[in-house]
Design a protein around this ligand. Structure first.
Ligand SMILES: *Cc1c(COP(=O)(O)O)cnc(C)c1O
Length: 427
């Protein structure tokens, strides 16, 4: 195939016609005239998710309080059921996963329960590129225990401002480290960390490991049980399409079952004992012990629908398409945008590349505004990053091509100069 042919709309359409997952696009609410490339910040609403929410409202309407045990999805068991539905996405056993809380709360719960500083082993190892909320949680947990974060939080440095080298993480695993918290996929560059290797090396040194899967769940496959990962946590509103503020998730490796939750509540209980109303907690013998109070059922319900799509499509196929989309996009960027000062900030190697493309440009903030003005929804990450996420379940190759064409036009016509080079409140 010639380069000329590669650049044509016909070629993009051919890729779309060969796409095994193409029928899922029809299940989503897409805005006409808009190309949505922000599914890694907030995934779109599907008809299945909408229906699932309606079903839970319907059971409230029909059963009142009895909805806890009646209907198609009794509320009392919904967090466990959703955990079971999530398990294949992360390679976990059903009882190792519970849908509860939020990313930040779940990290607090993991730390409260499993971070046990002892003698010399007191430090928490993270990295300097992680999302702020994770770092705030780590520092506050240290403060609560009277440990100074300046001394007890170690953040592995990035050599290039975009990625973290596993060698550097391993080198920082000293005998003073008790616990490691890292992202599975970095939120800016989209780098995939080698979770298997990090876990193996940590375990050799008696260190436990937790991964933040916010940008990896629903986007890449994981084998957490096989890799022996101790804990993981994630949100459900990005690639999982659970809706704004959707209930998040926790994975606890079964070797850690039976621990008393650091932040306990009656929903941490063994389900058969919960309504005995005793004042001594009997924690659930599963990841369910990480729950606290009454689940936010209306924010969990859409996941019933959206996770069923993942079950049907299969995470392997989703990953295959996602890589094709980003490969195609990167090739087009290299050909069409080479003279406009963009730098590709995501890893190129498929083993290290997550679900989005990360472009750096000094005018990034206002290029994003110009993209929105042209009907493309990207997101801006300070100071100079443009994230573009073609999502396997609902984006197309034709859209990828269109976005690159629009970017080219914006640069050629210097359309971005109409806007201020500043981020909005929510970028
Ligand atoms: C999106 C994201 C969060 C968000 O935390 P919430 O508690 O859901 O607001 C946390 N960590 C990472 C790495 C994220 O990408």
């Amino acid at each position: 195939m010639s380069e000329k042919e590669f650049l044509t709309k016909a070629y993009a359409q051919k890729l779309d016609s060969e796409d095994e997952l193409k029928q899922y696009r029809n299940e989503f609410y897409l805005q006409t005239g808009t190309i949505y490339f922000d599914g890694n910040s907030l995934g779109l609403l599907s008809r299945r998710a909408e229906q699932a929410l309606h079903n839970v409202l319907e059971s409230w309407k029909t059963y009142g309080i009895d909805g806890w045990l009646k209907g198609e999805n009794p509320w009392f068991y919904l967090p466990e059921k959703l955990g079971e539905m999530t398990a294949p996405l992360i390679g976990a056993k059903p009882e190792e996963v519970i849908v509860t809380g939020s990313t930040t709360i779940n990290l607090h719960q993991i730390l409260s329960t499993f971070y046990q500083p002892e003698e010399k082993k007191t430090k928490i190892l993270a990295d300097e590129l992680n999302f702020p909320t994770d770092i705030y949680a780590l520092k506050s947990q240290l403060n609560i225990r009277g440990l100074n974060p300046d001394e007890h939080l170690v953040q592995v440095k990035s050599r290039d401002g975009l990625t973290i080298r596993e060698e550097d993480i391993i080198e920082a695993m000293t005998d003073e480290v008790a616990l490691i918290v890292l992202a599975g996929v970095l939120y800016r560059s989209g780098q995939i960390l080698d979770m298997k290797r990090i876990t193996e090396e940590a375990h050799k040194r008696g260190i436990i490991v937790a991964f933040d899967l916010c940008h990896s769940i629903g986007s890449i496959p994981h084998s957490l049980s096989e890799w022996g990962v101790d804990f993981a946590f994630w949100c459900s509103y990005k690639h999982l399409n659970g809706g704004p503020g959707a209930v998040a998730g926790i994975y606890v490796n079964e070797t850690h079952f039976g621990a008393n939750p650091g932040l306990a509540g009656w929903f941490s209980s063994d389900k058969d004992k919960q309504f005995d109303m005793e004042h001594d907690l009997t924690p659930a013998p599963t990841a369910g012990a990480m729950q606290m109070g009454t689940p936010n059922l209306l924010s969990a319900a859409p996941l019933l629908g959206s996770l069923s799509m993942f079950a049907d499509a299969g995470i392997e196929k989703i990953r295959t398409k996602s890589l094709k989309l980003t490969d195609y996009m990167l090739d087009l960027i290299n050909i069409e945008l080479s003279c406009f000062g963009f730098k590709i900030g995501n890893p190129l190697d498929a083993v290290r590349r997550g679900g989005h493309v990360f472009l750096e440009h000094e005018e990034a903030a206002r290029i994003c505004k110009a993209l929105k003005d042209n009907g493309v929804i990207p997101d801006f990450r300070t100071p100079n990053g443009i994230r573009l996420a073609p999502v396997a379940l609902y984006n197309t190759f034709e859209e990828v091509r269109e976005v690159v064409q629009i970017l080219k036009k914006i640069m050629e016509e210097e359309q971005y100069k109409k806007f201020e080079n500043k981020r909005d409140v929510v970028a």
